[in-house]
Design a protein around this ligand. Structure first.
Ligand code: KIV
Length: 297
């Protein structure tokens, strides 16, 4: 396969200090505007690492926005983490439009990235543009994300040329779980590693402003990061990427069952919410809630 050619589509250039002196991408609030692709390009240039989280509704989006998380992904991981499906496949464009518009309403500063669900962009560049346009016009997304490498370059190019910023997603691509035969580490071995690098470069050349690397060996992710001018966002890809992303319900301890090895759980929200619900129920059953202080007279 030939090397991808330099991009013919617009590329973000890194401004010197878009948020003003002393303000960083993470937590640099008070700028009165949303994070842009130029801010992320600048972070790559200065070596500033940044965090990204998923969010599926306005309230959780507002919590992470207030915490200074610069990029929020309305992921199709909502399928298994929010909508009760077994995986990401059943998620629809309407689902993502509804959730993205909620996250946009709940946030002021974060770039909100809408994930293109299975079947909404693979058919053709025109289909990808139709979906991307809905996310920008109806939901107010700041960017879209799609899964795939070299084969999806025409879709990425069509979107970027039309004015839709694209975050690419390679390595383990959950929408292809049935083809991959499960959620397993990708890019192991010389040929698979070389293909991952080709995929990453093809996404950059097509105009993507960042690329997610999911479940790939740490050394390979670091090599891709070194070879790209755009930021890499790792999930299960070790410490060598420019940014990290986690599914919020995993990192907050709401997810049921065993978590993947790469997740760090920062909170046991399932236990805390369960305790709160049980305490409330006990008060109602025991007649101690509502108390006199909760009553109107
Ligand atoms: O849908 C999602 O949440 C994702 C992240 C895991 C990158 O694609």
């Amino acid at each position: 396969m030939s090397e991808p050619q330099p991009s013919a589509v617009p590329q973000p250039t890194a401004p010197k200090s878009p948020e003003g002196p002393g303000l960083t991408l993470y937590g640099g609030t008070g700028t009165g505007r949303r994070v842009t692709v130029r801010d992320l390009a600048r972070a790559k240039a200065t070596g500033e690492k940044w965090p990204m989280l998923t969010a599926y509704d306005a309230m959780i989006g507002s919590v992470f926005d207030e915490a200074g998380i610069p990029v929020l992904l309305v992921g199709d991981s909502s399928g298994n983490n929010h909508l009760g499906y077994e995986n990401t496949i059943p998620v629809t464009v309407d689902d993502i439009v509804m959730m993205t518009s909620a996250v946009v309403r709940g946030t002021k500063r974060a770039m909100v990235v809408a994930d293109m669900p299975f079947g909404s962009y693979q058919i053709s560049p025109a289909q990808a543009l139709e979906t991307g346009a809905r996310f920008m016009k109806e939901a107010g997304a700041g960017a879209v994300k799609l899964e795939g490498g070299v084969a999806m370059a025409p879709q990425v190019e069509a979107l970027v040329t039309a004015g839709v910023p694209v975050m690419a997603h390679i390595g383990l691509t959950p929408q292809s779980v049935n083809v991959l035969g499960g959620y397993r580490v990708q890019g192991r071995g010389d040929e698979a590693g070389a293909q991952l690098i080709r995929d990453a470069k093809a996404m950059q050349a097509a105009g993507a402003f960042a690329v997610v690397l999911e479940l790939v060996p740490e050394e390979l992710a670091a090599r891709v990061t070194e070879q790209l001018d755009i930021p890499t966002v790792g999930i299960g890809a070790g410490a060598g990427t420019d940014a990290q992303v986690l599914v919020w319900t995993d990192m907050a301890g709401l997810t049921q069952g065993k978590l993947p090895k790469f997740v760090k759980q920062y909170l046991d929200l399932r236990a805390l919410l369960g305790d709160a619900a049980r305490a409330y129920a006990a008060d109602v059953v025991g007649g101690t809630y509502p108390g006199p202080e909760h009553a109107f007279h």
